[in-house]
Design a protein. Structure first.
Length: 356
């Protein structure tokens, strides 16, 4: 069985009393700031009547060995032991204090587990997991250089995949996946992730373009990601984030012990977090900078992590952490943009339920 580490009660008390909103000092250096980037409206419209290909900044980790499932079950927040071949789930690896050290999509194969992790966090994720692999018969392998990940999104993505693969793929449940030749197709949060051998990335991209897809860019991906309310590690989430601040996604409260479980369970059953990850919809089109302060009645109540102008909503939107008491949907808050106070409304996520 995987190693279990249970934190003392004093750690939990420190978490639920946290009230400050530090800047995202660990923000990825290569992050595209959509507040300063003009969106390609033609490509955005293509999502509604076709399919777009994106280069996803994802790394890939492989777990092998007979103890891979039982060991990972004790390391992450979701129930990976229930996954049958071809199924997957979102999960997080936490510190004993319940802080998010990495977030991942776990994919169950015939004799392996695949972990999709943000590329910038692969090495740290492997190092954090590897030091907890002690007597178990399991192996952690970084396969990021062996595979690339393409994203395929848009209303036409499903039919285009069917044409390319020679038949419809049965991938209805979140993170279900199937192999088509050397490509693993995953039903992702947004469209599909195509896990492709590195040497085949360009040929597959060309084949999808020939089948009718267009090439999307990173600003567009960021726009759709923010509209969908999906947090990115190193941008919206880091090692200071307590998992329940993000909501209930990726948490199985019925499974056995895992690192950080005691904190997560106590927050649900006898305590609370002091802030939540929410959406902000602005009245105008001015886009706030990441790390902008969120205020209510002259008091600092939160901080923005990602922001963009949404062509669908025809207004600026942002992802933010907002303090308890100001985090309910419909609450109005203020954000300073270029020296002017702009009004925003707290909104449940996602802003937009994209049909792809």
């Amino acid at each position: 069985m995987g190693r279990r580490i249970l934190p003392p009660l004093i750690l939990f008390s420190a978490i639920i009393r946290r009230s400050k909103f530090p800047e995202q000092t660990g923000r990825r250096s290569d992050y595209v700031n959509c507040a300063d980037t003009k969106l390609n409206s033609t490509l955005y419209e293509r999502l509604n009547n076709g399919a777009l290909i994106f280069d996803r900044r994802m790394g890939l980790v492989e777990l092998r060995g007979p103890d891979r499932v039982t060991w990972l079950q004790g390391m992450v927040s979701n129930d990976v032991a229930r996954l049958k071949e071809g199924l997957g789930c979102y999960a997080a690896h936490l510190s004993p204090q319940g802080k998010v050290l990495s977030q991942m999509v776990v994919l169950a194969g015939e004799d392996t587990l695949w972990l999709e992790v943000e590329a910038d966090n692969v090495l740290a994720s492997i190092e954090g997991l590897d030091k907890l692999l002690i007597m178990e018969d399991a192996e952690i392998i970084d396969r990021s250089s062996d595979f690339g990940v393409l994203g395929l999104a848009g209303k036409g993505a499903r039919s285009l995949l069917g044409d390319w693969s020679g038949g419809a793929l049965d991938l209805e449940s979140p993170f279900a996946h199937a192999e088509v030749g050397s490509v693993r197709v995953v039903r992702a949060d947004l469209g599909y992730d195509l896990i492709v051998p590195t040497a085949s990335v360009s040929p597959l991209r060309n084949a999808l373009v020939a089948a009718g897809a267009a090439i999307g860019d990173e600003p567009l991906w960021e726009c759709v990601r923010i509209e969908a309310g999906i947090p990115t590690y190193g941008v919206d989430v880091d090692s200071r984030t307590t998992l329940p601040e993000l909501g209930g996604k990726g948490i199985d409260y019925e499974k056995g012990c895992y690192i950080g479980q005691e904190v997560v369970a106590k927050i649900r059953y006898i305590g609370h977090v002091n802030r939540h990850f929410v959406g902000l919809r602005f009245e105008g089109s001015a886009v706030p900078q990441p790390n902008s302060s969120v205020s209510r009645d002259g008091r600092d109540v939160g901080r923005i992590t990602s922001s963009v102008y949404s062509p669908f909503l025809k207004s600026a939107i942002a992802l933010a952490y907002v303090r308890l008491g100001a985090d309910k949907a419909g609450t109005t808050v203020e954000v300073s943009i270029d020296g002017k106070t702009e009004i925003a409304t707290v909104t449940e996520l996602p802003f937009v339920s994209h049909p792809y």
